[in-house]
Design a protein around this ligand. Structure first.
Ligand SMILES: *[C@@H]1O[C@H](CO)[C@@H](O)[C@H](O)[C@H]1NC(C)=O
Ligand SMILES: *[C@@H]1O[C@H](CO)[C@@H](O)[C@H](O)[C@H]1NC(C)=O
Length: 288
């Protein structure tokens, strides 16, 4: 019985904490249904056809910011609304964020019902982000620095201009260095009014001996091919040197046994030199 009670109270606390969490995490941002950029203009709609005899009020939050009774402007300026009574908000600043609500009263004392209001949030456009690289043993961390990160809007990562992992939307992206030797990373930060993408950067933990012009999918075959070519050239050179050395040896040591030379050379060739050395034969034979 006591255990059940304890569990019940624990559950209550958990639910309470969960509620707190949601209330806290849904800040002012979540209350907005309209977003506009700082410095831009925004017009709040009025879903009512005004008559000259109507009185029109515009509220910002609880405060009346515009009042016009039968064409006479009592609060605010004539210019604050357009010819249809829509509220014109110009040169927006953040302090113009809030709930805007119209009220229309008719001459007969009735009022218009269900006029929609808006909850406006004015936001600065995001700044162009910058990706920085930090190295840690085998890991590399790419950090998307978005400057004024007062609001945590999700970050999108790009790897070699392709969309990065969907589930990684944090400021930091960690990878084993060997997996991303030449990959270029950039990040896209956005808020409801704008988005900006960073310049791409590469890891600099391990310096690559090849220039960074090719991506990892191009470089590996290119490098492998270049390596094999280099090896072949090296073998040919070694063979030629060896063959020339043999010829010189033949000429110096066996000047009198010239008639045996051909026989001996064939023997040396078949035992010591791989097929690839056949390329040198022409030159060698001409010298004899
Ligand atoms: C906003 O409205 C003002 C006044 O009506 C106008 O001068 C300005 O050009 C508008 N700005 C934008 C970005 O539309
Ligand atoms: C960046 O992200 C925003 C929001 O998802 C999107 O609208 C925009 O097109 C993206 N920019 C690029 C260059 O992909």
């Amino acid at each position: 019985m006591r255990i059940v009670k304890k569990m019940a109270s624990a559950a209550t606390i958990a639910v309470f904490l969960l509620c707190c969490y949601f209330i806290v995490s849904s800040g002012s941002q979540a209350d907005c249904n309209v977003y506009a950029a700082t410095g831009s203009n925004f017009t709040v709609q009025l879903k009512h056809v005004l008559k000259d005899s109507d009185s029109l009020r515009w509220f910002k939050n609880k405060k009346v910011i515009f009042l016009r009774k039968s064409k006479l402007v009592i609060r605010g300026k004539n210019d604050d609304v357009d010819s249809n009574g829509k509220l014109k908000l110009t040169q927006l600043t953040k302090d113009k964020s809030g709930r805007y609500r119209p009220e229309v009263h008719r001459a007969d004392g009735t009022s218009a019902v269900d006029l929609p209001s808006v909850r406006l949030c004015v936001l600065d456009p995001v700044q162009k982000p910058k990706v920085t690289v930090t190295c840690d043993k085998t890991k590399v961390t790419f950090t998307c620095d978005a400057g004024q990160s007062e609001k945590n809007f999700p970050i999108k990562w790009f790897m070699d201009n392709k969309n990065g992992p969907e589930n990684e939307t944090g400021k930091e992206l960690k990878r084993p260095v060997k997996d991303v030797l030449n990959a270029r990373f950039s990040c896209n930060v956005s808020n409801p009014v704008s988005s900006e993408i960073s310049q791409p950067v590469q890891q600099d933990c391990i310096k690559s001996s090849f220039p960074d012009i090719c991506g990892i999918d191009v470089c590996i075959p290119v490098r492998t091919g270049a390596g094999i070519l280099l090896l072949v050239i090296l073998i040919v050179i070694v063979c030629c040197i060896q063959r020339k050395a043999n010829l010189i040896k033949d000429k110096v040591e066996l000047p009198l046994r010239k008639h045996h030379h051909h026989h001996q050379k064939q023997l040396v060739g078949s035992v010591l030199e791989p097929d690839i050395c056949a390329d040198c034969d022409l030159e060698g034979d001409n010298r004899i």
